[in-house]
Design a protein around this ligand. Structure first.
Ligand code: ADP
Ligand code: MG
Length: 248
């Protein structure tokens, strides 16, 4: 059985000369809840963009369930639901249209789309907004909608790039709960977040990335043992060289 995501020696240099990823290798087993953690500018979004066709790898390979993300882009892309860090909703579409067009793009039948839209609007408490243009939604509602859109075509791998940045506590907890449920039902998850306590609780594997390199990878106990500390937060502080900030 191929991995949900298999990245080998991924190197990405932007035209500006920035080396955002320096030979990153990473494997996310099917069904995993995988955390990709690291400071701002570490290369997390670049890795995600290379995986989803938004950026072109300079070298190396990326496979989604065995499909090459560059050479077999369409097959690979269908396997991924992406909730990007920057909210990118068409402001003139209604909530319902955002989901419907996305489903259409990924080849869902009209009937399947209607059923799935109903389900997702309910799950994300967006029913009352279904006819509203996205430009009238609050920030939290927009976040919900990008999550719902990521899940719309039932992708076997869902990639969430800082899904809870800037959302209130109750929505954050609600989103985590929903994502955990989706994972329990068999969907593989890759998550980037700065909420380390939640990452510690939810993720079964975590990779630390810094300056475009994977510095450590494993279960939470493996990472804390690697750094000789008690919590994931302390391991993270060791990663970024700020051990003196440890709260213990
Ligand atoms: P993260 O998501 O971990 O915060 P990014 O992948 O966004 O990190 O950025 C990694 C590095 O690549 C940073 O130095 C950032 O400034 C740079 N970078 C990101 N996107 C671009 C781009 N489109 N063009 C040039 N440099 C970029
Ligand atoms: Mg980012």
């Amino acid at each position: 059985m191929p991995a949900a995501l298999a990245i080998r020696d991924l190197y990405k240099r932007y035209p500006t000369g920035v080396e955002a990823l320096k030979n990153v290798s990473l494997e996310i087993p099917e069904g995993a809840f995988f955390g990709l953690l690291g400071p701002n500018g570490a290369g997390k979004s670049t890795l995600i963009h290379c995986t989803t066709g938004l950026a072109r790898p300079s070298s190396g390979s990326i496979e989604v369930f065995g499909h090459d993300a560059v050479d077999h882009y369409q097959k690979a892309r269908v396997g991924v639901g992406l909730a990007p860090q920057e909210i990118n909703l068409d402001m003139f579409l209604t909530v319902e249209q955002v989901l419907d067009y996305h489903g259409g793009y990924f080849g869902m039948s009209r009937r399947d789309r209607a059923a799935r839209i109903k389900e997702l609007l309910e799950a994300f408490s967006l029913e009352e907004k279904r006819k509203d243009a996205t430009r009238f939604l609050s920030g939290g509602m927009k976040r919900r909608l990008t999550l719902a859109r990521a899940l719309m075509h039932n992708p076997p791998l869902v990639i969430l790039d800082e899904p809870t940045a800037g959302v209130d506590i109750e929505l954050r907890l609600e989103l985590w709960r929903y994502i955990e449920r989706v994972n329990t039902e068999g969907t593989s998850i890759m998550l980037t977040t700065h909420y380390l306590e939640e990452a510690e609780r939810m993720c079964d594997r975590i990779a630390f990335i810094n300056h475009g390199e994977i510095v450590a990878e494993g279960t939470v106990p493996e990472l804390t043992a690697h750094y000789g500390v008690a919590t994931l937060e302390d391991a993270y502080l060791a990663l970024v060289g700020r051990e003196e900030l440890a709260r213990a």
